[in-house]
Design a protein around this ligand. Structure first.
Ligand SMILES: Cc1cc2nc3c(=O)[nH]c(=O)nc-3n(C[C@H](O)[C@H](O)[C@H](O)COP(=O)(O)OP(=O)(O)OC[C@H]3O[C@@H](n4cnc5c(N)ncnc54)[C@H](O)[C@@H]3O)c2cc1C
Length: 399
């Protein structure tokens, strides 16, 4: 009998895995998604950047899979006539204090063989982004932008074409594993699989618990909020302008991105979300918030990041502070140039019992179930390489 493999979650990671399996022609593949459409959460609410691998610890899964994934996404977009634009990215040091951290990013980038990377003087920096501030910069000309939701839709269609199923409105509420098989319950239906792969993003820890995996790491949801730049001021940004990130924090800092449809967004920041799907301060889940507060690592996280956290929250609720942080990179920016907030995204950040935030991608195996425990940025860029990694390392299948 053909082996039945179930995938929980129709974000880009679950779909990339399902697509890789369906393409082999050897498996009966079913994706179960709780929402009414694919890419409803992180995959449909991100910056749309195809990262070139600048920041990642040499030797990490992120470094390896981002490099491979970037090339695969580029090829996939070409093959399916999806938009892919190499607008290029600058990482800008605003002052001398930031230069040693820029040096470290350059060291990592060279180790990770980021294509075309260049260290720029102030003059060259202005040739590339004439309105940017800064005393030094790194330029990554092959960093690109795409529409990840469109890529996910295409993957879903490819899975169906290859004979697989992408079933929507199917929230997984229970999983029973016995003698190498999995019975997966959704409202009114039970699906039987030989193996299961869980790519549930903001809910990956909840499902991990259902299958008997460790309760650590749990997911700490971090919202990323964006402002839109007035279209008549679009000439202020040609490609992407990023800050030098704080190495103690797993996020890249508020940046300017010209999207694939030429819209320019400013952000995302990183504030704690008060619900797993807390897309605004008004969306509160008492249960999610209480579970975060009583997690053993909560005290350490608060002690380590209270200063940064306080600044991010203040800028989230008081626009002049958000504006000031952005204007440091483009001195000509005016408050009225940030016209309105666009849809925020919520990052599924894995958080260990000791309070540390996991940096690298992480996968657990529990009997016949493979669980993606941490797939933060650049997991959209890396999705097709993550799929190959999961197939070969955890499922024992050559993609
Ligand atoms: C603000 C922001 C900016 C980002 N920018 C970038 C970027 O520029 N470049 C980049 O590479 N990455 C970026 N990322 C990261 C990237 O978006 C994610 O790493 C990637 O989308 C993760 O994909 P996923 O499939 O694991 O998760 P998701 O897209 O969140 O998909 C998980 C799916 O599982 C479903 N699900 C959950 N529970 C259940 C259940 N019980 N039953 C059935 N289905 C369930 C959910 O509904 C969801 O559709 C960003 C993320 C955010 C939030």
């Amino acid at each position: 009998m053909t082996e039945r493999i179930g995938i929980v979650g129709a974000g880009i990671v679950g779909l990339a895995i399902a697509q890789a399996l369906a393409r082999t022609g050897d498996f009966d593949v079913t994706v179960l998604e709780k929402e009414a459409r694919v890419a409803t959460h992180q995959t449909g609410h991100n910056s749309g950047v195809v990262h070139a691998g600048l920041y990642y610890q040499p030797g990490s899964l992120k470094a390896e899979l981002c490099a491979r994934g970037r090339a695969q996404i580029r090829e996939y977009c070409r093959e399916h006539s999806l938009p892919y634009r190499e607008t290029g990215k600058l990482v800008v040091a605003l002052n001398g204090d930031e230069v040693p951290r820029l040096d470290e990013i350059e060291r990592r980038s060279r180790f990770n063989a980021v294509p075309g990377l260049a260290r720029l003087s102030v003059e060259r920096l202005r040739d590339i982004e004439p309105h940017a501030a800064g005393v030094a910069a790194l330029h990554s000309p092959h960093t690109a932008v795409v529409d990840y939701a469109a890529i996910a839709e295409t993957m879903a269609n490819q899975i169906r074409k290859a004979g697989g199923r992408v079933l929507l409105n199917q929230e997984v509420t229970a999983v029973q594993t016995s003698a190498g098989a999995c019975l997966v319950s959704t409202a009114g239906t039970t699906h039987a699989f030989d193996r299961l792969v869980v790519c549930a993003g903001l809910h990956s820890d909840t499902i991990a618990k259902l299958v008997g995996a460790s309760d650590s790491p749990r997911i700490l949801p971090f919202r990323g909020e964006y402002w839109s730049l007035a279209p008549e001021r679009n000439e202020l940004v040609r490609g992407m302008i990023y800050p030098v990130p704080d190495p103690a924090f797993p996020f890249l800092g508020v940046h300017f991105t010209r999207g694939v449809y030429d819209e320019i967004h400013v952000g995302p920041n990183a504030v704690p979300a008060l619900a797993r799907e807390g897309y605004s301060w008004g969306r509160i889940s008492v249960r999610d918030t209480w579970e975060s507060l009583r997690w053993p690592g909560a005290g350490k996280l608060a002690r380590d990041h209270w200063r940064m956290g306080g600044k991010e929250i203040a800028a989230s609720v008081y626009k002049p502070l958000y504006f000031k942080a952005a204007q440091a990179f483009i001195p000509e920016l005016r408050p009225s140039d940030l016209t309105h907030r666009t849809t925020a995204g919520v990052r599924a950040q894995a958080w260990a019992r000791d309070g540390s935030l996991l940096d690298d991608f992480a996968v657990d195996q529990v009997g016949p179930v493979t669980v993606l425990r941490n797939a933060p940025s650049p997991a959209a860029t890396s999705s097709m390489a993550i799929a190959e990694h999961v197939l070969s390392r955890y499922l024992g299948i050559q993609p």
